[in-house]
Design a protein around this ligand. Structure first.
Ligand SMILES: Cc1cc2nc3c(=O)[nH]c(=O)nc-3n(C[C@H](O)[C@H](O)[C@H](O)COP(=O)(O)O)c2cc1C
Length: 360
């Protein structure tokens, strides 16, 4: 039942629907004394926000965060942190056409089948608007990781459709990611991606792609064998994002074509520490971080709601065709970056706290 809470010690609950009065989250289990400002949270929310560029949905939402509890004099108080964002540009009438039918490959039919009642306006909890709570809570996790572990996380668009960037994960910064509107740090590939997304929008169609994410300065030892392996928790966290279709760690599916002799990461001593020469493991071995950069990838499908005639059925079982109106992302990738970073931050914050209980 339920399913709106994530994490064991650092726990996030998100709440709210796309077209209700507000969306938000409660973060419980954040230790006291972590410096946190509204601006830290707002900066991350602004990267999730619709209407940021010509590549995203043109819905205009300010997404101004309100901190309702859990902070005192600029630091976390150790009590539940409640964060809220009021919904603004909710044109429910854009969705009235979806009241009586199921959009192909969206969550309309399955929500109806499950609950027998469905908030058809903007996809309710299936909308990426729910991720406001994830991104706001993720910003708290990010501050904890930076403050207590010097851990930093950077996600970026690696691939859109068949256009793949060449990116050195070790060198990526938020500045290089946000240098262009598609959020790919390879400027040549970025231009091609932008052109492809604009063409798809003109065609009334949509494109998928891959977000890659790196976490640096993660200490060795995070992750709990056997069912709460770091790999397993990242997979669960990232596959819970809407439109996620695949997950990889390190060499991922490409490892299938390699042999052990080239895939193994040789150990070396560097500056008195155990290091690996290569990082096909993606920083995780046996479900536990090994101190190298953590490297993950998430595949996202092409946006379901497209501006083309499609075959579907109505809630009363009649076969019809329909063409969506409304304002939708022709490619979810540029805005998905914020959600991916948030989920990685939440997993690492949880495991950092869990690891510290070992030495209690
Ligand atoms: C960043 C982002 C933006 C999205 N924007 C839209 C959108 O504008 N229109 C749409 O139909 N789906 C959009 N989605 C995807 C739907 O939320 C998702 O496809 C739907 O909930 C069904 O879930 P599933 O695709 O995981 O099966 C978006 C997803 C993400 C990650």
């Amino acid at each position: 039942m339920a399913g709106s809470t994530f994490g064991t010690l650092f726990r996030l609950t998100t709440w709210g629907e796309s077209h209700g009065p507000a969306v938000g989250c409660v973060v419980d289990g954040c230790p006291p004394g972590i410096p946190l400002t509204e601006r830290d949270i707002q900066e991350d929310l602004d990267r999730r926000r619709p209407g940021q560029s010509r590549l995203t949905t043109q819905r205009k939402e300010e997404d101004a965060v309100e901190i309702l509890s859990g902070l005192f004099e600029g630091v976390t108080a150790g009590t539940p942190i409640s964060l809220m964002v009021r919904n603004a540009d909710a044109r429910s009438k854009d969705y009235s056409e979806m009241k009586d039918l199921y959009r192909p490959s969206h969550a309309d039919y399955t929500y109806q089948a499950k609950y027998g009642v469905r908030d058809y306006r903007g996809g309710g909890r299936a909308s990426y608007r729910e991720a406001v709570g994830r991104v706001a809570g993720g910003a708290v996790a990010r501050r904890l990781l930076a403050e207590r572990g010097g851990i930093e996380i950077a996600a970026y668009v690696l691939q859109v459709s068949d256009i793949r960037g060449e990116v050195d994960p070790a060198a990526v910064t938020r500045e290089t990611v946000d240098a262009n509107i598609v959020r790919c740090p390879d400027p040549v590939a970025a231009e091609q991606m932008i052109a492809a997304i604009e063409q798809a929008r003109k065609d009334g169609d949509s494109l998928g792609g891959i977000v890659e994410v790196v976490a640096r300065n993660v200490p060795p030892g995070l992750g709990e064998p056997v069912f709460d392996k770091l790999t397993a928790d990242f997979a669960r966290a990232l596959m819970s994002l809407p439109a996620a279709r695949g997950f990889e760690v390190g060499s991922g599916f490409a490892s299938v074509l390699m042999r052990g002799s080239t895939h193994n990461d040789p150990f070396r001593m560097r500056e008195g520490r155990v290091r690996t020469e290569t990082n096909f493991s993606g920083g995780i071995q046996g479900g536990i971080s090994n101190g190298e950069d953590i490297l993950l990838r998430v595949a996202f499908k092409p946006t379901a709601t497209i501006m083309r005639e499609q075959q579907t059925v109505t809630t009363s079982g009649e076969e019809v065709t329909f063409r969506a109106k409304g304002r939708h992302d022709p490619c979810v990738l540029p805005r998905a970056v914020a959600g991916v970073e948030a989920m990685v931050a939440l997993v690492l914050a949880d495991h950092l706290l869990r690891q510290n209980t070992l030495n209690f």
